[in-house]
Design a protein around this ligand. Structure first.
Ligand SMILES: C[S@@+](CC[C@H](N)C(=O)[O-])C[C@H]1O[C@@H](n2cnc3c(N)ncnc32)[C@H](O)[C@@H]1O
Length: 272
């Protein structure tokens, strides 16, 4: 084990071979992620299993297929909550929803939706804004690469811990208590379609009015960021909106593809 680039612990052995095997088995497209990120995350699993090299870990994976699940949990960070960064949702309500009001059908994409808290938050907000009849014009597409997270989203039941930002009035209106958990009501669930999808591979063309892609790009390499934001731009209808995470910013050439709507909340509009 040695200190590698950027202070990441490195291990002896063939890292590329390990990545190829993980890609083949999991379907994850790892070349899009930063090497330091991958080494840090895989290193956690190497240590957890008391191993000392990338080759040993590859052997271990082959002998213990259940380790793939734990590794994938590590590689795809699924931390999320309802109304994460509440001020972003307030800005979205103030600056974006009024512009969409005149449209007959509205498509919103939660790209990298994890276990569904983000798309359901959008559905609740939209429902409050457009009312019971108006919300029928809205479809929310929720995609993620991690099937286990998607399964939790489809189930739509959450602990209180995920619901800290939900106003009591909205909790009462849009959730049903099931023991110690809270289930999203059917009217909100029906607005959201979940699908497994690698954001770097699948391309939509002029399909969405809004894309939320928050806290996903932080793990991507510089080249993949370029691919990602170009894909997101292509996926938007003319004048559509992009919402990124508070810690993510558009840099380099892709900056020209978007105009800033709210610099603090990272809301953009597709240019051209
Ligand atoms: C930290 S969560 C963000 C969830 C939510 N957007 C939020 O901001 O609270 C990041 C999600 O991105 C997903 N993800 C990572 N790489 C992806 C890819 N290439 N395609 C689709 N989803 C990906 C992960 O599986 C994870 O669920």
């Amino acid at each position: 084990m040695s200190g590698g680039a950027g202070g990441v612990l490195d291990y002896p052995g063939d890292f590329s071979r390990l990545l190829r095997e993980i890609e083949r088995r999991s379907g994850l497209h790892l070349e899009g992620y930063r090497t330091s990120y991958l080494k840090r995350r895989i290193g956690v699993r190497i240590r957890a299993n008391g191993l000392g090299s990338y080759d040993e870990y590859l052997e271990f994976l082959r002998r213990n297929p259940e380790e793939y699940r734990r590794l994938l949990d590590r590689l795809t960070v699924n931390v999320t909550e309802f109304f994460r960064n509440p001020s972003t949702f307030r800005a979205f309500e103030r600056k974006v929803l009024p512009e969409l009001a005149s449209r007959r059908d509205i498509r919103i994409w939660s790209a990298g939706c994890a276990s569904g808290e983000e798309p359901y938050s959008i559905a609740i907000l939209v429902s409050e804004f457009f009312g019971e009849r108006g919300r029928r014009r809205v479809r929310i597409y929720a995609t993620d690469i991690d099937s286990a997270s998607l399964a939790r989203g489809i189930k739509g039941e959450y602990d209180l811990k995920a619901l800290g930002n939900v106003e009591p009035r909205l909790l009462e209106k849009y959730f049903v208590r099931r023991g110690r958990r809270f289930a999203v009501v059917p009217e909100i669930r029906e607005m959201v379609l979940f699908e497994r999808q690698d954001i770097l591979r699948r391309r939509w063309v002029r399909f969405f009015d809004v894309v939320f892609c928050r806290n996903v790009a932080i793990y991507f390499s510089r080249d993949s960021l370029e691919v990602l934001y170009r894909n997101l731009h292509t996926s938007l209808r003319r004048g559509g909106f992009l919402v990124t995470g508070r810690v993510e910013s558009l840099t380099g050439e892709v900056k020209q593809l978007f105009e800033v709507v709210d610099s603090r909340e990272h809301i953009y509009r597709a240019a051209g």
